[in-house]
Design a protein around this ligand. Structure first.
Ligand SMILES: NC(=O)c1ccc[n+]([C@@H]2O[C@H](COP(=O)([O-])OP(=O)(O)OC[C@H]3O[C@@H](n4cnc5c(N)ncnc54)[C@H](OP(=O)(O)O)[C@@H]3O)[C@@H](O)[C@H]2O)c1
Length: 328
C-alpha cells in the first residue's frame, strides 16, 4: 500500500497555551539517504513538550529556552520527541532496518513526532519494538525511563543506598522508583495520597504524601535525592543528604546548575542537573525490561492526535500519572 501524500500534524504556532496548537496537513516527508521513515502509531506528550510549547522553563532558563528552541515560536513547530510505529520506507544506504519493522525511538531536539510520519537517521535513535508491547506501552517506556536511568547512573546509585524520589507519580518519578529499586536501593517515594496506592508497589519501601506530612521527617538522611518536580533546591535538600550525598535536580533552575561546580569543589556532595542523555543502550535496557514485565511504564491517558490540545491540557494540569500519549 503506498503511503498517503499528506499527513496530519500538530503544529505549534506560537509560545502559549494549548490553543496555539493547530492541526494541519503537511506533505509526508521522504526519507533521505541513510534515513528511515516511520509511520507513527503512538507518541508521548511529555513535560518537555509542554515546556517548549509554553516556554515555561525552570527559573532562569527562559532565555536559554528561546535560544535553544526558537526566539518567537518553536523553530521545529511539530513537537513530540519519541515515537513507536512501523517503518514504511528506507532511504539509500540504510542497513539493519526495513519496511514493516516495528520500531520505537527518540528524535531528540529535532522532535517532529506529533504527526503521521517522521524521518530520521536510525543510528543511536531507533530500536526494535518487542512484539509483546503495544505501541503505547513501548513509547511510554522512553521519555521518563531514559531520564530516570541517565540521572541514576550519573548519581552512581549503589545497592543498599537510600534514595528519596520526589514527584514519584510522574513519568520520570515512576520510572525512577522502579529503576532505583531494581538497582537494590532503599526507595522513599514522595507523591500525593491519591497516587500512593499505585506508586508503592513500583518498588517504594516507604511512600510520603507531600500534601499531609512535614516531610521527609526529622533526621531523615539520604544518599540520593531526586527531584522531578522543580519544587526543591540545594539549600532545602542539603540537610537531608549524607556527606557524600547527591542531589539530582531534573527540573531545577539555573541557580543550582551554577552551584554544581562549587558544591563539587568544596564538598564531597554533588548536584547533578542539566539535560538528560538519550542513549540507545538505555532505550534497549528499558524496552527489554518492559517486554519481560520487570518495568511497567504507567500510561495515564491516550488521546487521538485530533485531541492534541486536550492532551496538552492534561499535561499542563501538572497532575498526570506517568505518561500521556497521542495516537496519530
Ligand atoms: N533534565 C531533563 O533532561 C529532564 C528530562 C525529563 C523530564 N524533566 C523534567 O522533569 C519533570 C517531571 O516530568 P514528568 O513527566 O515526570 O512529570 P510531571 O508531569 O511534571 O509530574 C506530574 C506528577 O507530579 C506530581 N506532583 C506534582 N507536584 C508535586 C509535588 N510538589 N511533590 C510530589 N509530586 C508532585 C503530580 O501528582 P499530584 O498532583 O497528585 O501530586 C503528577 O503525578 C518536568 O519538569 C520535566 O520538565 C527533565
Amino acid at each position: 500500500m503506498s503511503p498517503p501524500e499528506t499527513m496530519q500534524a500538530a503544529v505549534c504556532t506560537a509560545y502559549g497555551p494549548p490553543e496555539t496548537l493547530v492541526l494541519v496537513r503537511l506533505p509526508v516527508p521522504r526519507p533521505r539517504d541513510g534515513q528511515v521513515r516511520v509511520r507513527i502509531h503512538a507518541a508521548t506528550v511529555s513535560a518537555a513538550d509542554r515546556r517548549i510549547r509554553s516556554l515555561d522553563m525552570p527559573a532562569g532558563l527562559r532565555l536559554a529556552g528561546r535560544l535553544a528552541f526558537g526566539w518567537r515560536r518553536p523553530r521545529q513547530p511539530v513537537l513530540g520527541g519519541d515515537f513507536s510505529g512501523v517503518i514504511d520506507a528506507v532511504g539509500a544506504g540504510v542497513t539493519g532496518f526495513q519496511p514493516g519493522d516495528e520500531v520505537a525511538g527518540m528524535t531528540g531536539v529535532r522532535m517532529g513526532c506529533h504527526a503521521g510520519f517522521c524521518c530520521l537517521h536510525p543510528e543511536g535513535r531507533v530500536l526494535a519494538k518487542p512484539a509483546n508491547l503495544s505501541h503505547e506501552t513501548a513509547v511510554a517506556a522512553l521519555f521518563g525511563g531514559t531520564a530516570a536511568v541517565d540521572f541514576l547512573r550519573r548519581a552512581g546509585l549503589q545497592e543498599g543506598e537510600r534514595i528519596l524520589i520526589v514527584g514519584a507519580s510522574g513519568a520520570v518519578g515512576s520510572a525512577a522508583v522502579q529503576w532505583a529499586s531494581r538497582l537494590g536501593a532503599h526507595v522513599t517515594a514522595v507523591c500525593s495520597g491519591r497516587n500512593a496506592a499505585w506508586v508503592a508497589p513500583l518498588g517504594a519501601a516507604r511512600v510520603i504524601d507531600y500534601t499531609r506530612q512535614d516531610w521527609p521527617g526529622r533526621g531523615a538522611v539520604f544518599d540520593v535525592v531526586l527531584d522531578a518536580t522543580g519544587t526543591l533546591d540545594w539549600l532545602r535538600v542539603r540537610p537531608w543528604l549524607q556527606p557524600k550525598g547527591r542531589f539530582l535536580s531534573l527540573a531545577g533552575g539555573l541557580k543550582d546548575m551554577l552551584r554544581a561546580p562549587w558544591v563539587a569543589a568544596t564538598s564531597r556532595q554533588r548536584i547533578v542537573a542539566g539535560p538528560a542523555g538519550e542513549r540507545l543502550s538505555d532505550m534497549q535496557l528499558l524496552m527489554r525490561a518492559a517486554a519481560d514485565g520487570s518495568f511497567a511504564p504507567h500510561i495515564d491517558a491516550v488521546y487521538p492526535l485530533e485531541r492534541i490540545r486536550d492532551a496538552h491540557r492534561h499535561v499542563d494540569s501538572g497532575r498526570k500519572r506517568g505518561s500521556v500519549i497521542v495516537t496519530p
